[in-house]
Design a binder for this molecule. Structure first.
Ligand code: 6PG
Length: 238
């Protein structure tokens, strides 16, 4: 089931993303004792991490959270392109259980070792890792994770983690959760702000064929809850 929520500006959007995230993680911990949260890079999520760090640091028992990341760029772990590093700078170092990709190796090595790390996650009834909350950013071309339109990265695959090369957006080498991995998502927040996202969001919501539309469709089909959280600039006007 999909729902769309629109906020007047980027800060209000980030506030709500933070509030809903804490509510979902808390609910999952109450039900299962633990929660799995898949992080997203990008500037819109960064604002929400900042709010979580400032406002909700003590609202949750972080030891019960497992963190992973939806996609990562190949390069030094503390380099300027590293998504995890950028998030950690804002969110701080929490006592979470971290499943962080070895993206300081080749994309093939990083993808296969990340896949192995994912085996430690609880599984859903389909045998896939259960992802209680997945944050998904959106690029202005409709990409999400490191799955790009018109690119090998969105070809159907049985793999849960894929190496990505020749990414249309630099850096060229990355790893990404695949669309198939998203079948294990119990809930997802699609987070987008800015006028440059409007046409991608609008096309995706009309059922267009883009990575973000495919991602939302797969989660929805597997009974995950998809929420689109947008600022007014990114929201479709039609
Ligand atoms: C990448 C980016 C990308 C990002 C979107 C949205 O690796 O290409 O991280 O996936 O999430 O472009 O970015 P903003 O939130 O900054 O608009």
């Amino acid at each position: 089931m999909s729902n769309v929520q629109i906020f007047d500006d980027k800060s209000l959007l980030a506030e709500e993303v933070a509030t809903q995230t804490i509510a979902i993680l808390t609910g999952a911990i109450e039900q299962q004792g633990r929660a799995v949260w898949v992080l997203a890079g990008g500037s819109t999520p960064l604002l929400a991490y900042k709010i979580i760090a400032e406002k909700y640091h003590d609202a949750i028992d972080w030891k019960n959270i497992t963190l992973l990341i939806g996609d990562e760029r190949i390069g030094p772990l503390d380099g300027p392109d590293n998504n995890w590093h950028a998030i950690e700078q804002v969110l701080g170092v929490l006592p979470t259980n971290n499943i962080r990709p070895r993206s300081d190796h080749s994309a093939e090595y990083a993808a296969s070792s990340y896949l192995q790390q994912l085996q430690s996650l609880p599984t859903n009834k389909g045998g896939l890792p259960r992802l209680d909350l997945v944050w998904l950013g959106v690029g202005n071309d409709g990409h999400t994770l490191s799955l790009f339109p018109g690119h090998d990265s969105i070809l159907p695959t049985r793999q849960l983690v894929i190496p990505v090369h020749d990414s249309p957006k630099p850096p060229a080498d990355r790893i990404s959760l695949s669309l198939r991995a998203l079948s294990g998502a119990k809930s997802a927040m699609i987070i987008a702000s800015g006028a440059d996202k409007q046409s991608a969001i609008s096309a995706a919501q009309r059922g267009g064929y883009s990575p973000i539309a495919l991602a939302a469709g797969i989660i929805d089909t597997h009974d995950g809850k998809v929420s689109w959280l947008l600022d007014r600039d990114a929201a479709p006007t039609d």
